[in-house]
Design a protein around this ligand. Structure first.
Ligand code: FAD
Length: 507
């Protein structure tokens, strides 16, 4: 009798099924309506996930598997319906990436012969991360990254980092370049994708549009996308990693997160290919190391920390922020801050904006105006094509908003307008003036930043990395500080209300 292998939405790689041949294995895939409806997801995100699943089904069938592909109200009904029809002796699945799915599967495993296998879609198994974390005093990414470099022997020579340094950040802070980069290999939708677009476009309550969806949904197209990045953008990845350019949602980034997170690409193959491509295309070490740091360091670390800290992690709120997300985050047309409007428009149009928009504009602004971290996290989860709770939650609550009180980041990533001015071309076209500190025309990031520091003094003053900023704040006159407070209160009071349509209910 054949066993059943359950493929959850983001575990799509055929190579990972090598120990389960078609003669012994039936595949179960479930499209769950409930999952789509959990949040006001971006239509492109749903099309990506669903079309990738439907394409993967065909790939499995071509490889000889029988696939029971179900459209169900929820995941549990799908599994029970399969069980009743086929009565398999064993059901196997890879450990899901998300806490919610793990709960569903654990519950089902009480009544069904369901067993979970280690998740092969990361370099470091989550159990090993937990062992590492338990052995550490310092849980910073940098410590983890150096340990991973040595453990995996990546860019290491004679026990030392290649190039003599672990970090080339100093070379990687250039403002946006003038040059244009060739468009990545977008894919015209085939019949399957067009059908999914039709279904999703007809669903009410979702965000954005998928009519112009052109992302890869198969491994072969994702591999082409990866090669294109290495050929055309990789060399400039490092220097412009932190730069933002109006209307340019990728710049020198890769947008590979969407395909990695679906399981179309494996992080190890990306690293291996990056090292070879660096040789082929004369990519400087600051770009190569910077890219490897993202995959081997940040991505593995975030995954590990999620499983190390869930489910309590959802509750953190160090600054006790309570405000809802202003409507601008869904409909940015009336937002007058050029950087914020453009960053939200990118997400609304593409389901994507690169790292610095996420960190230094979208989250920075939300944190400065006191948005509840979970409301921001839900927005990221819903809106980005690469977002799953395992990756967005620690990034939003830990890295971007310091809601965990400093577990992930050594200081909050907040800034005034000057950082955005230095790293982007937004301020030139903004109706606000980045050089003004107070008044109707002053850049709101300026006074919001200082007002935030003042308000959160007790929680931040003892952080050595904030000392310089508090010294600067303390040099301001009482009158200046009163203006900062007044401007900030006036601005926050003028923000649009949150949109009540977008309230998320956790199980
Ligand atoms: P590149 O800049 O080309 O980097 C290469 C790869 O490194 C990425 O594809 C990604 O897989 C990995 N990576 C880099 N930084 C991180 C990180 N901090 N955490 C995890 N992986 C990382 N990433 C997601 O994959 N999904 C999310 O939902 C997500 N939400 C985020 C929310 C916030 C507030 C912030 C600050 C970051 C978030 N990130 C998320 C991390 C990062 O911004 C994205 O991985 C990156 O922008 C994806 O674009 P890219 O593929 O062009 O990345």
């Amino acid at each position: 009798m054949r066993l059943t292998f359950l493929i959850t939405m983001c575990d799509l790689s055929l190579a990972e099924l090598k120990n389960y041949p078609p003669s012994e294995t039936r595949i179960l895939m479930i499209e769950s309506q409930r999952k789509w409806q959990a949040l006001p997801f971006h239509r492109k995100k749903l099309v990506l996930g669903i079309s990738a699943m439907r394409h993967f089904k065909l790939e499995l069938e071509r490889a000889g598997y029988e696939v029971d592909y179900r459209h169900e109200a929820d995941f549990a009904s799908g599994l029970w319906a399969h069980w009743r029809q086929y009565n398999p002796q064993r059901i196997l699945a890879f450990q899901p990436r998300e806490w919610g799915m793990q709960q569903i599967l654990s519950k089902l495993a009480q009544d069904l012969p369901l067993a979970l296998l280690p998740n092969p879609f990361y370099i470091l198994p989550r159990e090993e991360f937990i062992r590492w974390a338990d052995s550490q005093k310092d849980l910073r990414m940098e410590t983890f990254y150096r340990w991973m470099r040595r453990r995996e022997n990546i860019l290491i020579k004679n026990g030392q980092p290649v190039g003599g340094k672990w970090n080339f950040d100093k070379d990687n802070r250039k403002p946006p370049p003038d040059r244009a980069y060739p468009e990545p290999p977008f894919v015209e939708p085939d019949d399957i994708t067009r059908t999914v677009i039709g279904i999703i476009e007809g669903q009410p309550g979702l965000w954005g549009s998928a009519t112009d969806f052109r992302l890869p949904v198969t491994r072969s197209a994702a591999l082409k996308w990866m090669e294109h990045f290495f050929r055309w953008r990789f060399a400039d990845f490092g220097p412009y990693e932190d730069a933002m350019r109006q209307g340019d949602f990728i710049l020198t980034h890769s947008l590979l997160s969407a395909f990695l997170n679906l399981g179309l690409l494996h992080p190890s193959e990306l690293i291996e290919r990056a090292i070879a491509a660096a040789d082929e295309y004369a990519v400087p070490l600051n770009s190569l190391e910077g890219f490897i740091r993202q995959i081997l360091g940040w991505r593995e670390y975030i995954h590990g920390m999620y499983w190390y800290k869930m489910p309590e992690y959802r509750q953190v709120n160090y600054f006790q922020h309570q405000r809802g997300l202003p409507r601008w985050y869904w409909d940015p047309e009336e937002c007058e801050l050029a950087c914020l409007r453009d960053s939200i428009e990118m997400v609304k149009q593409h389901g994507f904006a690169h790292h610095i928009h996420r960190l230094m504009v979208l989250s920075n602004f939300a944190n400065l105006i006191g948005i509840h971290p979970l409301r921001l996290s839900e927005w990221f989860w819903a809106g980005f094509v690469d977002a799953y709770e395992w990756v967005e939650l620690p990034n939003v609550l830990g890295m971007a908003t310091y809601a965990d009180g400093g577990l992930l980041a050594s200081k909050p990533y907040i800034s005034s307008g000057s950082y955005i001015h230095k790293m982007s071309n937004y301020c030139a076209s903004c109706r606000f003036d980045v050089n003004q500190k107070y008044g109707e025309n002053a850049c709101p990031f300026n006074y919001l930043y200082w007002a935030f520091l003042e308000k959160q003094r007790d929680k931040l003053i003892h952080n050595p990395r904030m000392a310089v900023m508090y010294r600067m704040l303390d040099r301001k006159t009482a009158e200046e500080r009163a203006s900062i407070r007044r401007e900030s209160e006036r601005f926050i009071a003028s923000l649009p209300e949150e949109d009540p349509r977008y309230h998320f209910e956790y199980d």
